[in-house]
Design a protein around this ligand. Structure first.
Ligand SMILES: C[S@@+](CC[C@H](N)C(=O)[O-])C[C@H]1O[C@@H](n2cnc3c(N)ncnc32)[C@H](O)[C@@H]1O
Length: 753
């Protein structure tokens, strides 16, 4: 008997304030409950998603705490160094941990993850909290996650981007991207050596607030080829390129909103709320998103569809309907030889449709065919919704299900390798599939007789975003291959979406005086893309922040209205104005924020990067504005004394010194004022850096606020910069204390190069 539930748990839907993936960087999240649901058991036993003998291990695994998993991020060489630190420093220290009479294993590498860069911690949270070796490791994890070297991510959630097979030149779309753990993986694949890739990733989410989580998350892994947009993915607009060409994608990830029952080990509230209707009601939205993805994919391109649900109505039924909507144009790729150590179950070619009709209250009713279901409606045993729509026909296996190679889909079951549950399907568009991105012949009109068109439109999860395309008519599955996004237009000529409130984007004249001052200060070479410096105002005015993009991002920004594309952010924040005064003694008033330092670095000329040791780092961390004279005599002090006021890029060399240890060299921005220096990272980052490097927080509290406004003769003025640029919520503070400019709380974190 199915259990009647109140609210639906929709992964990524508005009722769920935190999705599975949102908890990725919360190392302590845990909720308790009784871990049972008779409806769930009846539903999946009847579906036969696994042999009977697997049932007990499956349920047993679902009731166990999910191990913590994480992966090492960043460019390859860098990631390997961090991986070696875990392997050679931390793991040996956790060999013989005993707690309450029981022994616990150290973290282990996930055998199937490429380069062995992903790890699993099996020890339960209480052991991690209460034993010294695990506690140390936990501190390391928190610090490295903060600076972007590690990413906590559920093991199965790492799988879809791996099957996307992204190359640095690829044009990619992540349709339902927030909070961005898979987005980060795609960015890493686009920039494998931290070199600027020519590729593109558009990371999209329909929830406006969640797009800002996405911006934050990707700040840890900045990319010049990144655009964040805010759309209902099923209505994702076509994008124009130069000469009126349309953008098509090499790679698309459709990690769609789903009922999320594969996350039961983590999202314990699903035990109480689960119902068969959840999956049924999401099917149509999932299909519309997938069909839109298929239309935007290049011939020969690859598309990965994934859910964290076991439910065939969200999985195989969606794939089968989408394939039948485009007969002969797509096939499911056989990836059984890829990630050979990953245990997976084949997709199913037959499944059942269960309904929980309101008229029968809690009862789960099975219908063999769509016709049986219609019959039940006629008899009054089932109710259509008030628009005369019920369950769509596409929920049932089509007559040609056996010919679609659905067995090539993958279902990841929790007891196979102690993970959560997931479903992944890799689709390829045939090289000769000439259908254009704007194909007007709808998929459902082309369905073969074996696959009748979907019959219904279903609810889409409500989301709290300011209604991207709220005015667009709700389209049924039949019309999704040619969506007509309907922005709220003002006039025909000016197709602006007036509901969209982000600031405009424009490019700075490469000969602008401010650009020249940057070119001079950082002695940037010809390789520096001064044509690709973008700002967030209409006039190309470098007022507060300068972003760097690559060519393809520029082409998109320049050939499309930013409101119609609902662009939330683009490129990498590379320069932030540190001083807005007109004083001439500071010739370049820009600093390199942490997000962008690695993007600027390859272009700076000789003598710009200043080398320093941990001794200097110690002084810069202990004191907020150490006078240059306070540093010990030597090369560093001489160089700093000779420099003009402005931003310096300092390379702190790896090694052991001054009671600290750095495994990798680290590049940090330092502001040189008249008499003193200041490390340009915020308070929290300073503390984390101090803990990572010196094993304790050596940072003194900042001077009282009122001191900031003392302005000794001839020093930089305290001016919060507020000119009309975007970046809601980020106020650049160019403050003065004892004559020195300070940037507190303005930085994101990437501390290592
Ligand atoms: C499963 S989560 C995505 C997780 C993400 N791919 C990751 O790895 O971090 C689903 C996301 O879909 C978004 N979403 C829901 N309906 C959508 C729609 N119609 N179009 C685009 N995104 C949607 C939700 O806001 C949610 O962020």
């Amino acid at each position: 008997m199915g259990k009647h539930r109140g609210k639906k748990p929709i992964r990524g839907g508005a009722r769920q304030p935190q999705s599975r993936d949102d908890k990725q960087n919360d190392w302590n999240a845990f909720v308790g409950t009784d871990k049972g649901n008779a409806g769930f058991e009846e539903y999946y036993k009847t579906q036969g998603i696994m042999p009977e003998a697997d049932w007990e291990p499956f349920m047993g695994s679902l009731r166990k705490e999910l191990p913590v998993t994480f992966r090492v991020t960043g460019s390859r060489a860098h990631a390997e160094t961090i991986n070696d630190i875990i392997k050679n420093t931390y793991v040996p220290n956790m060999q013989n941990v005993e707690f309450e009479g029981q022994k616990y294993d150290p973290p282990s590498q996930l055998s199937w993850y490429p380069g062995q860069l992903a790890w699993q911690v099996d020890a339960p949270k209480r052991v991690v909290r209460k034993t010294e070796p695990f506690k140390n490791f936990q501190r390391f994890l928190v610090g490295e996650t903060e600076v972007g070297n590690l990413s906590r991510q559920e093991a199965v959630s790492m799988i879809p981007p791996l099957f996307l097979d992204v190359q640095p030149h690829h044009i990619c779309l992540d349709m339902c991207a927030a909070p961005g753990s898979k987005t980060a993986q795609i960015i890493e694949a686009l920039n494998p050596h931290h070199t600027a890739s020519t590729g593109l990733l558009i990371a999209n989410d329909s929830d406006y607030k969640r797009t800002h989580m996405l911006v934050h998350q990707t700040g840890r892994m900045p990319s010049r080829g990144l655009i964040v947009t805010n759309f209902d993915a099923s209505l994702f607009p076509s994008i124009k390129l130069k000469g009126g060409k349309q953008l098509q994608f090499d790679r698309i990830l459709a990690d769609v909103p789903c009922s999320g029952d594969g996350t039961l080990r983590k999202n314990l509230e699903i035990w109480n709320k689960w119902g068969a209707a959840d999956g049924n009601s999401l099917h149509t939205l999932q299909l519309r998103i997938l069909e839109r993805a298929m239309n935007m994919l290049k011939p020969g391109g690859r598309l990965v569809y994934s859910t964290c649900s076991f439910n065939p109505s969200e999985d195989e039924a969606v794939i089968a309907a989408a394939l039948n909507g485009k007969p002969g144009k797509f096939h499911i790729v056989d990836v059984s030889a890829e990630l050979p150590h990953l245990k997976r179950r084949s997709g199913m070619s037959s499944w059942k449709v269960g309904s929980q009709p309101a008229v029968k209250a809690r009862q789960l009713v099975w219908y063999d065919t769509f016709e049986d279901y219609k019959e039940a409606i006629k008899k009054g045993e089932e109710k259509e919704n008030d628009r005369g729509k019920g369950l769509p026909r596409t929920l049932w296996p089509p007559a040609n299900a056996g010919e679609l190679n659905l067995d090539r889909c993958m279902r990841l079951l929790p007891h196979d390798q102690n993970t959560g549950g997931f479903f992944v399907c890799v689709l390829e568009k045939k090289a000769d599939a000439t259908e254009s991105n704007e194909d007007s012949a709808s998929s459902s009109l082309k369905r073969p007789a074996t696959s009748p068109p979907p019959a219904s439109e279903s609810k889409r999860p409500r989301d709290k975003s300011p209604a991207p395309n709220a005015s667009a008519p709700a389209t049924s599955t039949e019309t999704t291959s040619a969506p007509t996004p309907a922005p709220q237009t003002s006039t025909k000529k000016d197709k602006r979406d007036l509901t969209f409130k982000e600031d405009p984007l424009s490019y700075v004249d490469p000969e602008h005086e401010e650009v020249k001052s940057i070119v001079e200060r950082f002695n940037v070479q010809d390789s520096f893309p001064r044509n690709n410096l973008m700002v967030r105002n209409e006039y190309g005015d470098p007022l507060r922040t300068i972003y760097m993009t690559n060519e393809i991002v520029k082409e998109i920004i320049e050939n499309n209205d930013y409101t119609r594309l609902r662009v939330v952010s683009a490129g990498v924040k590379c320069f932030a104005r540190q001083d807005s005064s007109q004083r001439t003694e500071i010739r370049c008033k820009w600093r390199t924020p942490m997000d962008g330092i690695l993007e600027v670095l390859p272009h700076v000329g000789e003598g710009v990067v200043i080398s320093a040791t941990l001794e200097e780092l110690r002084v810069l961390l202990e004191d907020h504005y150490p006078p240059v004279d306070s540093f010990k005599d030597g090369e560093w002090k001489n160089i700093m004394q000779s420099r003009d006021m402005g931003c310096e890029i300092v390379k702190f060399e790896a090694g052991k010194l001054a009671g600290g240890e750095l495994a990798l060299p680290m590049y940090l921005p330092v502001w040189k004022a008249k008499m003193s220096l200041s490390l340009m990272i915020d308070k929290r980052e300073k503390s984390i850096l101090s803990l990572r490097t010196f094993g304790e927080d050596i940072c003194k509290p900042p001077p009282p606020q009122k001191d900031f406004h003392k302005k000794p003769e001839g020093e930089v003025e305290s001016v919060p910069v507020t000119e009309g640029e975007g970046e809601a919520g980020i106020a650049l503070v160019a403050e003065v204390a004892q004559g020195d400019a300070v940037a507190e709380n303005t930085e994101e974190s990437v501390l290592n190069a």
